[in-house]
Design a protein around this ligand. Structure first.
Ligand code: AHR
Length: 503
């Protein structure tokens, strides 16, 4: 029988975690599957512009308001010669791409991608190849992209028709170098050494850049978290961020356990913070290492189809997960977790952006459409800018297969001081019952409810498609404000965005 569950929350202006770095709403485009070819770029599409970029895809990216996009990989970067992707397109080689066993035509490279990010209003987070290449290729790429002119690589860029330097600020020192699947996989000491030397000379070329060292590929790696400790022991003074990657899946179809996975995410972030702080103490350093969660998402639906993919195709449909409603709930919870760690998680990239484990899908020569996960990502990106406040939560809890004391209510709060807006993000993890929320917001005098957006579905496995959008948010949730208290019924298994603003 259904029962009434109650949760209480206190939000106060003074419970500040940190200013949210908008780059936690970043994403990722890899030369993989149909992310680039058939995704952002399809010159034969009726909606393509003169550069071959699809305007329908651009509009959806703009709707998400993505501040930074990681590029060009991922596993791809560890075998990539960036020089293949610049200069006249007709002269660019087609290469066997060993990470994903495809053929890379190199029609899109650094300059084209940079242009596309300008068109969608994003910054680039550029990764360098520390797999098959190393220090030399990395420093040359920084010179090609960021040096104004008067040197070999910067003049080469100018000869390619790009007069002004790109001034790319954020650079990743390789990708998942701890993973045996990585081209040029390294031990932690090998990686620590090459990352330090690459960082050193990249910064000598451009002192304004910031650098991300590779952390573990996921918490299941046998070298986790020693990898982070050793890598940072080598690189602490030379880098600004350590990366975190994590993908989740509901392989056993145990949704209660699936929705509790952000307990694991939270623990992961705590572990990395502690590891960074241990090295900080060891080095008697004043610097605090920040975290770049530069790959995260749900990823498992497409695993079987991918294992059967014919090799050496150009842009085959790889990693095309079709996301369910429950996946959107977990994505919402993951964003909530990043907000609650806004003091240390300064960048995060939803992996990825188009077609490949992505919120945006396209049909070749057809429509672009929104997956279920598009919406929590869009809500957080649009309404989650300001100061992250720590809500004091008192929620009923449950135990799942792998977790104990999982609160049904998962919540984060962002206060935008400039616009005088307050946004409460909340997931009700209970699959059967509504949660009656009572939330004290007395420190926000003169505020009123703007809207209560809700995403819910009777079918946890509901998906969207090019033909039909079954899962989408609606406004008109039940939130009311009375005497400084917001009361709302959070429907079973729902994503909620309660927006308040000063009258
Ligand atoms: O995002 C897909 C892949 O996941 C990336 O190429 C790799 O870095 C990770 O293992």
């Amino acid at each position: 029988m259904s029962q009434s569950l109650k949760a209480k929350m206190i939000i106060d202006k003074s419970f500040r975690i940190a200013e949210v770095d908008k780059r936690i709403y970043g994403s990722f485009i890899e030369h993989l599957g149909r992310a680039v070819y058939g995704g952002i770029y399809e010159p034969s599409h009726p909606l393509a512009n003169e550069s071959g970029f699809r305007s329908d895809v651009k509009e959806l990216v703009k709707e998400l308001d993505v501040p930074i996009i990681r590029y060009p990989g991922g596993n791809f970067v560890s075998g990539y010669n960036w020089e293949d992707g610049v200069g006249p397109v007709a002269d660019r080689p087609k290469r066997l791409e060993l990470a994903w066993r495809t053929v890379e035509p190199n029609e899109i490279g650094t300059n084209e991608f940079f242009q596309w990010t300008r068109e969608v209003g994003s910054e680039v987070m550029m990764a360098v190849n520390l797999g098959t290449r190393g220090i030399d290729a990395a420093r040359n790429l920084v010179e090609y992209c960021n040096h104004p002119g008067g040197s070999y690589w910067s003049d080469l860029r100018r000869s390619h028709g790009v007069e002004q330097p790109h001034k790319i600020k954020t650079w990743c020192l390789g990708n998942e170098m701890d993973g045996p699947w990585q081209i040029g996989h390294k031990t932690m000491h090998e990686y620590g050494r090459i990352a330090l030397e690459a960082a050193k000379v990249m910064r000598w070329v451009d002192p304004d850049i910031e650098l991300v060292a590779c952390g573990s590929s996921n918490t299941g790696m046998t070298t986790f978290p020693e990898w982070e400790a050793v890598t940072l022991d080598h690189t602490y003074d030379a880098v600004d961020y350590i990366s975190l990657h994590q993908y989740y899946g509901n392989r056993d179809n145990d949704t209660e356990n699936f929705l509790a996975l952000t307990m694991d995410l939270d623990h992961f972030i705590h572990t990395i913070k502690s590891t960074c702080d241990y090295i900080k103490a060891k080095k008697r350093s004043k610097k605090t290492m920040m975290l770049s969660f530069d790959e995260w998402n749900v990823w498992f639906h497409s695993n079987e189809a991918d294992s059967k993919m014919e090799p050496w195709q150009i842009a085959p449909p790889q990693l095309e997960d079709i996301y369910t409603f429950e996946d959107a709930l977990l994505v919402g919870s993951m964003l909530i977790t990043f907000l609650r760690h806004a003091d240390r998680v300064r960048m995060a990239c939803l992996a990825q952006l188009v077609n490949v484990i992505a919120p945006i899908m396209t049909e070749n020569n057809g429509r672009a459409w929104k997956q279920t996960i598009f919406y929590p990502y869009m809500h957080a990106s649009r309404f989650g800018r300001g100061v992250s406040l720590m809500p004091v939560v008192d929620s009923p809890k449950y135990d799942s297969k792998d977790f104990t004391d999982v609160p049904y209510l998962d919540s984060a709060v962002v206060y935008n001081e400039e616009n005088e807006e307050l946004t409460i993000f909340a997931v009700n993890r209970n699959l059967n019952d509504a949660l009656e929320l009572n939330c004290d917001v007395r420190s926000f005098e003169g505020f009123e409810i703007v809207e209560h957006l809700v995403m819910e579905s009777d079918d946890l496995k509901a998906t969207n498609s090019a033909a039909q959008e079954k899962v989408a948010p609606r406004s008109g949730g039940s939130a009311k404000l009375d005497g400084g208290v917001v009361s709302a019924s959070l429907n079973k298994a729902s994503w909620n965005v309660i927006r308040l603003a000063k009258k």
